[in-house]
Design a protein around this ligand. Structure first.
Ligand code: PAF
Length: 284
């Protein structure tokens, strides 16, 4: 596996791939890799001739007072995991390499960024879209893989790639979970053992909601109330939102149907965790 930090080296690598007519898979991450990231890499490796993983804790997507400085990092362990998985190139740029000061350009996506995570973190998605647009430009035509755990992010990136005509196929990959249902997240590292146990209420409430929908209750307000009530039974969990939306546009809906998505976010100790489900599939 090649390890690089410079954008020019990325260009060299992808130019060589294109000369050899090799397809490129791109897995953008912020590191502290877990099995969820590995599943993205495995799919990229299966579907492409060459796979690039990027690790960059993107300052633009953290607001003042968020966990930029404490965001978990372990480059040595991440490098071994990428190598063991069969990644061809690991790109770990510095903030200075990615952003020459002053930064005057940003990507903004309307409406889809204002609810849910966007309501709690108003500058977050512009930061995500800007860095992902840069990575798409640096990598050029490729297939890019993102986890469905960050459902709103996945829909926003998909829309951005389409709106800005990037030659990138954006693929969402299923959330990877612990055996008790908790979605894998680098931020789970912040949880104490007691908080870790309480955190399972997110996936448990989404699963129960899915069962209720499949039993015939499709009124969004009733399902939201059921999830609210279940999460309220866990005193360590401070609910931020439960939203029921049309899965691709992220517009709020009153009646649940095929294509709907239920999303939750909660603060548990130092961690802010998110999860979501297709109510007709349930937590898998
Ligand atoms: O999901 C993430 O890890 C990040 O938001 C991403 C897509 C790598 C952009 O920094």
């Amino acid at each position: 596996m090649k390890l690089i930090t410079q954008i020019a080296e990325m260009h060299e690598f992808v130019d060589a791939c294109r000369t050899k007519k090799e397809t490129v898979g791109l897995v953008p991450t912020m590191g502290f890799l877990h099995q969820g990231h590995i599943s993205l890499m495995e799919r990229a490796i299966r579907e492409n001739d060459k796979t690039i993983v990027t690790i960059f804790v993107n300052p633009l997507q953290f607001a003042e007072g968020e966990d930029l400085s404490s965001y978990p990092r372990d480059l040595e362990q991440d490098t071994s995991q990428c190598e063991a998985t069969g990644v061809d190139l690991l790109f770990t740029p510095s903030p200075e390499e990615m952003y020459s000061q002053p930064i005057l350009t940003a990507v903004h996506i309307d409406s889809m960024t204002s609810n849910m995570e966007g309501a709690s973190r108003p500058t977050h998605f512009s930061g995500v879209a800007t860095v992902v647009a840069k990575l798409f430009n640096i990598a050029g035509p490729c297939s890019a893989y993102f986890g469905e755990k960050d459902w709103q992010q996945l829909q926003i990136i998909t829309k951005m790639a389409h709106d800005l005509s990037f030659r990138v196929n954006v693929y969402g990959c299923p959330t990877v979970r612990h055996s008790d249902g908790l979605a894998l997240s680098s931020r789970n590292a912040y949880l104490t053992p007691e908080e870790r146990t309480s955190a399972t209420v997110l996936s448990r409430s989404l699963q129960k909601a899915s069962e209720t929908v499949q039993a015939g209750e499709t009124t969004a307000s009733a399902i939201r109330a059921q999830i609210d009530d279940q999460i309220a039974t866990e005193p360590l969990v401070e609910l931020d939102y439960v939203e029921i939306v049309e899965g691709n546009t992220l517009n709020s809906i009153d009646q649940i149907s095929q294509g709907s998505r239920i999303l939750v976010a909660a603060k548990i100790g130092k961690a802010r965790l998110i999860d979501n489900v297709d109510p007709y599939c349930g937590i898998t």
